[in-house]
Write a protein that binds this ligand. Sequence first.
Ligand code: SAM
Length: 313
Amino acid sequence: MEPWKQAEMVYEDSMAARYDFHYYRSPVSQAHLREFFNLIRRHALRDQWILDVGGGTGAVTERLLNDRHTRVDTVDLSLAMLLEAKKKMPVLRAIVCDGEHLPFKDDAFRTIICSSVLHHLPFPDRMLKEIKRALAPYGVLIAQEPNQNHFLTRPESYPVNSISTMIMHYLYRIERYEPVGEPPIHEYHRAFTRQEIVRLFTDQFSILHFRSEFAFSCLFSKLRSPIMTRIILAMDRCLRRKDGSVFHIVCSKTDVGHRNLLKNYFRFLETLRQDPDQRMPGLILFSLLPLIVLGRAYELYERIRSKLGKSIY
Ligand SMILES: C[S@@+](CC[C@H](N)C(=O)[O-])C[C@H]1O[C@@H](n2cnc3c(N)ncnc32)[C@H](O)[C@@H]1O
């Protein structure tokens, strides 16, 4: 195993017991998780296989199981992280393995989730390549990763930033927040710039959804008061157009255009029928029909295959 994976394993093993306490305890971090899960719900089908790569202590997986998704697998490099997940969900199928070498057949999963994992890797493209192999042709990869260029970190946002920081300190003082020793950041961990993340995903996938979220609430991730949390989250909505602290990405390995082509095909034909000047492009378009129909037939075949529950290993 490469030295950075060995180092990552040791780091995550040492973090496992306090991971949920540090990252999922506060109402703000729970709200962030809920937002990401809502995105997953919009794309994941209940009766199809879902894989959580680098699933850790199972924060996302637990929500999937609670939402009656029964066909869920999780893989992670760290045994200790998966044991924490198993404590919460004894029925969970968890496999210790490297996300760059998944023990599954090609095209096995309709949905793959990759939550806050790629920024732990020196070569994130390798894991994405392996995810692409295991993803069904019309499947979706749903990911979230931290944003390096959050708008509050920019020099032009200095006034907003200083006011927000004052509010943050004030709220923490009211709540008598006692800082708990934060775990050290691992030397390989970092955040992505918008350009980096877009290039990373578009090199291998078609992006269906891309947003950065939590422009304001990221400062308040340790706040305890539920009422203040609501106000802070409302601020996020006001600052929707600004760069937030986390990127949410949904992508597919099948060309997005192909999905829409058939939908629009007959609409085009109808327009062409009414306009004799457009016969030639019409004929070209017509000759593409068999290809489009074949593509849709293949998608149907994939859906039926995964519904019948054929082995994915
Ligand atoms: C920040 S945690 C995220 C955990 C979980 N997905 C979540 O959102 O709470 C990153 C996880 O990625 C796992 N990981 C890092 N490198 C990996 C690799 N090469 N293969 C599989 N898992 C990996 C770590 O062990 C760790 O559990």
